[in-house]
Design a protein around this ligand. Structure first.
Ligand code: MV4
Length: 473
């Protein structure tokens, strides 16, 4: 086992990894940018090193991070999510520097990062994929229209190097295809410096179901059930549920074994996720594989009792996965909501600033993964997620009740947060019924918008207080 791990990240995931290190009696090394000096991960780690004054470079300068790891005697690097976590080149450099990369091999990261290559690998191994084409960049518009008609409209154009919802276009007829193809290629070139595009049949309003995978270095791979991540806004997840409250045991068993077969085909090690699209008839298709720990890993930990970050570290250190698939059971249901410092009424615009009041929800089966505290000032330079609230209960219905209770208890003042919006989701009838797909948020946005009309009594009280102050009472 390692004696010291460097964490190449910040925020709540850095804190989560430090906790896993402490649980395993491993020393933790935090890195930080100058503005993060007062951040929780810096305070909690065994030791901390400023990498750069630049807010982003500190977490993106791979060479500088490796240098810190070597000079302080760390044996491994945990990348968390985002930043360098899916950068195959960085993973390779870490290994070449004699450090252990806590994640899959760099060649696997590179292969799965290429969506078309991942699709081809899955097809070759009998994993169900959506009907589609090869890269179409060298085809004429006539040929592309012929392919689209053969697949049948609607189709979706996807950048092979895409991600985060960038470089995708839905096309519903011949006359829209040329313009969408050009836009898709332009966007792909701008964001990913590669404009390779392929085409798939477009699945209307699918559910986004993903299976958690864990593998050791000896070919043992299991799944840890699924998460429904359909509730998204512009490709940002807001709510995740584990397991899916609407999936049949038969579908779970079939998708689970396909997920394990997909991970085996990729020669996968460590923690990862297989994402599927599920249509309204329950047909499922491999969409992509994420080669990192994900934001929503906590709900899987809560329902399975399996410490994913701890297991990532233990697998990377060469331990054998001492668990069979049949031993993975779920205890009830867990729901995660992402609490973001955002002004929901103002198009979810980030709303950084100082937290003046902070009372996290507590009580049985309520977990908060966060890196903020009272009087902490959220910098404007990073992601707006400030806390993940995770609840668990014996049934999905009771988990929804607990979510409402915890969101009503959670008090944050000084900044605007997504709490009122999340509470409206929690209280929505379709949410309680498990009736949601990837269209859910878009179609209910008006209904779920928090009512921001200010209470007349509050105004009266504020005026009275102001008069009282002025009058010298
Ligand atoms: C799809 C799809 C429907 N059919 N592919 C969105 C981002 C990228 N990961 C792939 N995405 C999709 N691919 C086919 N063939 C629908 C989406 C999609 C989506 C997927 C999951 C969650 C939310 C989504 C929102 C819009 C589109």
């Amino acid at each position: 086992m390692f004696s010291k791990i460097l964490i190449a990240n910040r925020g709540e995931i850095a804190v989560r990894i430090i906790r896993a290190c402490n649980d395993l009696h491993i020393k933790s090394v935090a890195i930080y940018s100058r503005i993060d000096k007062e951040s929780m991960h810096v305070k909690m780690a065994s030791e901390s090193h400023e990498v750069s004054a630049d807010p982003l470079k500190a977490y993106l300068d791979g060479d500088a991070i490796i240098e810190v790891a070597l000079s302080c005697g760390a044996e491994a690097i945990h990348p968390g999510y985002g930043f360098l976590s899916e950068n195959a080149e960085f993973a390779k450099k870490v290994s070449e520097a004699g450090l252990v990369w806590i994640g899959p091999d760099s060649s696997v990261i590179a292969r799965m990062g290429d969506k078309k290559a991942a699709r081809d690998l899955m097809q070759k191994n009998g994993i169900p994929i959506v009907p589609g084409t090869d890269i179409i960049n060298n085809c004429s518009i006539q040929e592309i229209k012929a392919m689209a008609n053969k697949i049948g409209y609607p189709v979706i154009l996807k950048a092979s190097n895409g991600g985060g919802g960038k470089g995708i276009r839905v096309v519903r007829s011949d006359h829209e295809i040329e313009e969408n193809l050009n836009a898709c290629k332009r966007e792909a070139m701008a964001f990913f410096k590669n404009d390779d595009v392929f085409m798939e049949k477009y699945i209307e309003n699918p559910k986004h179901i993903e299976f958690q995978i864990i593998g050791d270095n000896y070919g043992n791979i299991i799944h840890l059930l699924e998460r429904d991540c359909s509730i998204q806004r512009r490709h940002q997840k807001l709510v995740e549920i584990a397991p899916s409250p609407t999936m049949s045991l038969d579908l779970r068993r079939r998708m689970g074994s396909v997920a394990v077969a997909a991970a085996k085909a990729a020669k996968y090690t460590n923690a990862g996720t297989i994402e599927f699209l599920v249509d309204d008839l329950g047909r499922f298709y491999f969409m992509e594989m994420n080669t990192r720990i994900q934001v929503e890993h906590g709900i899987t930990e809560e329902i399975t009792g399996f410490d994913l970050i701890g297991r990532q570290i233990r697998c990377a250190a060469g331990e054998i996965l001492d668990l069979n698939q049949s031993e993975v059971l779920h205890q009830g249901y867990a729901i995660e909501v992402r609490i973001n410092a955002e002004d929901v009424a103002n198009d979810f615009k980030p709303n950084p600033g100082k937290i003046t009041t902070y009372y996290p929800a507590l009580g049985p089966f309520v977990r908060i993964d966060s890196a903020v505290y009272k009087d902490y000032t959220i910098p404007p330079n990073y992601d707006s997620m400030i806390a993940k609230l995770i609840v668990r209960a014996s049934s999905y219905d009771l988990a929804v009740n607990k979510l409402i209770r915890a969101l009503e208890e959670f008090t944050i003042r000084g900044i605007k947060t997504t709490i009122p919006f999340l509470l409206n989701i929690a209280k929505d009838k379709d949410f309680r019924k498990g009736n949601y797909d990837t269209l859910y948020l878009e179609s209910k946005m008006q209904e779920l918008m928090p009512n921001e009309t200010i209470n007349k009594d509050d105004i009266a009280a504020a005026i009275a207080a102001a008069i009282a102050i002025k009058a010298g009472y």
